[in-house]
Design a protein around this ligand. Structure first.
Ligand code: ZN
Length: 386
């Protein structure tokens, strides 16, 4: 990841800091400046932000280490100003497992809040304990504002001390739990919601419902963020993120479902043109201009399948007006699959390995081809019915 800085690797998972994270420190300086904080106060504020992101990081480790129990590894964890992202290789598909992976994150913050509260009980006594409770309540109810400013002054507690920051940290952890549990897919609450639904109505329908709820909540987030720009502008950002990911996740799950249900035989095309490797490029160029086929299989003199000729290469030849070149000069490697090969593997060959055409064989005989256009057509037909 170019746009991020690698901090360290813990439990075998690399932790990255997104470059926009620098904004947090700019923001901290700005808060410090507008609250007339001195150097010590500003350092306390920075320390608070670091502690806050340590909590976010532990939250992500909650997801990652639970996923590891189900054999799912984490590529990395990225910290951004609006939160952390644990990039899991995939989500476990069993609803119970997804439920546990999703809820593990917020549970970490519950534990942190309880531990910090316990520590506060030990270190603050008498009046300081009363103040702690008051600040915590104040933070939780978002009452903030003039009132707390006054109390702060009267009590003689400055914004540079543990008595000010511990309650804020406890409240923020509780806030993280509540916020993450909002059922806006793909936030944790949305995943929990999807997994619970999936136990009843199956993963595809559950995802569609969760994605829809997620998009509605995302729109609300965006609106609330826009109308309270000064206090909640990040909510708009999160809203956009939720909206886009909810849609993407829905189409991904739909795609995965189709891929799982069909085999290569379901979309192979039995009629296809056979080219010979020592024929001229003139032939495929004309076929590309006048026919429907875009990619071809190429055979040798003894009619054995040897290579593939892809649209891109035919266009390259056309550009150079290389009509009389032998087809052999433009061919690519060819890949075979069996008729009972899963569509997941076919998808992998087309989209990840970049093959434009795949030969399909049955009991050693070539029976047809699958190409990108046919694949897209098939997916369109199937997703209409889903
Ligand atoms: Zn989470």
């Amino acid at each position: 990841m170019r746009s991020s800085l690698k901090l360290f690797t813990w439990f075998g998972i690399p932790v990255h800091l997104h470059w926009t994270f620098g904004l947090i420190f700019v923001y901290a300086l700005w808060i410090g400046y507008s609250n007339h904080l001195d150097v010590t106060g500003t350092l306390w504020l920075m320390g608070f932000f670091i502690a806050l992101f340590a909590c976010v990081l532990l939250h992500e480790y909650g997801h990652s280490l639970t996923a590891r129990k189900y054999g799912v590894e984490t590529k990395d964890i990225i910290l951004t100003p609006i939160g952390g992202i644990a990039r899991l290789e995939r989500m476990p598909e069993k609803p119970v497992q997804e439920f546990l992976v999703a809820i593990a994150g917020p549970m970490v913050n519950v534990v942190i809040a309880i531990v910090l509260f316990g520590v506060s009980m030990l270190i603050f006594q008498g009046e300081r304990w009363e103040l702690f409770k008051w600040f915590l309540q104040d933070q939780l109810l978002f009452s903030g504002g003039e009132d707390s400013g006054e109390i702060l002054e009267e009590s003689g507690v400055s914004m540079s001390g543990i008595l000010f920051y511990l309650p804020v940290l406890v409240a923020t952890n509780i806030g993280l739990v509540v916020f993450n549990l909002i059922p806006a897919f793909p936030m944790d609450g949305g995943r929990i919601f999807r997994s619970l639904l999936a136990m009843r109505i199956g993963r595809v329908k559950a995802t569609r419902a969760a994605s829809l709820v997620g998009q509605v909540i995302a729109v609300i987030f965006i609106a609330v963020g826009l109308f309270n720009w000064q206090k909640a502008s990040t909510l708009t950002l999160i809203g956009f993120f939720v909206f886009v990911t909810a849609r993407t996740e829905n189409s991904m799950v739909k795609l995965e479902d189709i891929l799982r249900r069909f085999k290569a035989r379901d979309l192979l095309r039995r009629n296809f043109t056979r080219l010979t490797e020592n024929d001229w490029m003139q032939t495929p160029i004309e076929m590309l201009q006048h026919g429907l086929e875009r990619n071809f299989l190429v055979f040798d003199m003894s009619d054995k399948l040897v290579r593939a000729l892809e649209e891109e290469d035919i266009l390259a030849a056309l550009k150079k007006r290389d009509f009389s070149a032998e087809i052999a000069r433009y061919v690519q490697r060819v890949e075979w699959v069996n008729t009972d090969e899963s569509l997941q593997y076919v998808y992998h060959l087309l989209r990840q390995r970049g093959y434009s055409i795949i030969a399909v064989v049955e009991e050693g005989n070539l029976v047809g081809v699958i190409d990108e256009a046919g694949f897209q057509h098939f997916m369109r037909m199937k997703s209409v019915k889903v």
